[in-house]
Write a protein of this length. Structure first.
Length: 328
């Protein structure tokens, strides 16, 4: 009997150790990739031309495909251990997904349309909703199957814009539609920065109606409120920010290529490059085994505040770039 119990304990210990090793391995974040080089490889494989918009659309494909193909695959909707017990990598995946959704929507409503009265591109019309399924959906249909379907429709769009005979399939590199997408990125970064900064908690004055004397809101709000991210959610917000900035770095490098002439004309390319550099600082190695949450000037580091600093600086530069693009 004792020998049997010993075997059971040994087997359970082995399963736990294997699960832990897998969880650690699956928690490694994917490396950054060269967006132009990846686009060239795909274009060569298809026998296609690297036309305007090809790099941006291919980068969206590559980022979404990374969610599905990285070690462990897509983890956010897993219902079995060890992935069901993990939270850092699913948070990272959600950050990537949110940025990808924003770009997919901008491609559908702005980049592929010449003006507000033009029709939507059929492939993008099908692709964009596929990315909006719940990130935790695991059956009938699963998130992975829907995301893959969206990727396949993006491949169709890529093939069509690179075909000189299909003049109805276009990608328009203009300052106004680039500015529209940058505005969405601004909002996403601004939200992340606020949530990261709230890791230590602070009293905030209500500025919802500031700047306009006639502005009103549906219901009255408190003049001051305590804003604090739950202790249980601090690491999730941190890794969501890591994922969002990882995706945004690639998207900005893609538009740097596809909108090169627009940026050169506005003398804005160096501004975009500085934003990318600020965001790349968010991807530095985290040496601590846990995300620390010390006070602002306390003895223990606060990783969330460091991340918020990088994101805030990048967001401020994004706002300046957006205003620059709006100038004649």
């Amino acid at each position: 009997m004792k020998e049997y119990k010993g075997k059971v304990i040994a087997a359970l210990s082995g399963v736990l150790i294997l699960g832990y090793v897998l969880a650690v391995y699956w928690s490694f974040e994917p490396e950054q990739f060269d967006v132009v080089e990846r686009a060239k490889l795909r274009a060569d494989a298809q026998g296609a031309t690297l036309v305007t918009g090809y790099v941006t659309s291919n980068t969206l494909v590559e980022v979404m495909q990374t969610l599905l193909d990285k070690p462990g695959g897509y983890l956010s909707n897993d219902v079995l251990p060890p992935s069901v017990l993990m939270d850092n990598m699913p948070a990272w995946e959600f950050g990537v997904l949110e940025m990808s959704r924003d770009l997919a929507l901008s491609m559908r409503k702005d980049f592929s349309r010449s003006q507000s009265q033009s029709t939507e591109h059929p492939s993008l019309k099908k692709a964009q909703p596929k990315f909006n399924i719940s990130s935790t959906a695991w059956i009938l249909p699963s998130a992975e199957s829907e995301y893959q379907a969206g990727i396949n429709y993006l491949h169709e769009y890529q093939t069509q814009i690179s075909n000189q005979a299909q003049v109805d399939s276009q990608f328009y590199a203009r300052a106004d539609n680039l500015r529209g997408w940058l505005k969405e990125a601004e909002k996403r970064l601004g939200s992340l920065s606020q949530r990261l900064s709230a890791s230590v908690g602070q009293e905030r004055i209500n500025t919802d109606l500031a700047g306009e004397s006639t502005a009103v809101q549906a219901t009255a709000g408190a003049q001051q409120s305590l804003v604090k991210t739950s202790w249980w959610k601090i690491d999730d917000v941190f890794y969501e920010s890591r994922g969002a900035t990882w995706a945004l770095i690639h998207f900005l490098k893609a538009v740097e290529h596809d909108f090169s002439d627009v940026l050169e004309k506005k003398n804005a390319k160096v501004s975009l490059q500085q934003i990318i550099r600020e965001l790349e600082a968010t991807q530095e190695t985290v040496w601590s085994p846990v995300i620390l949450n010390g006070s602002g000037f306390g003895f223990v580091a606060n990783h969330s505040l460091v991340m918020a600093n990088y994101i805030s600086r990048a967001n401020a530069a994004l706002i300046e770039l957006s205003e620059l693009l709006a100038q004649g």
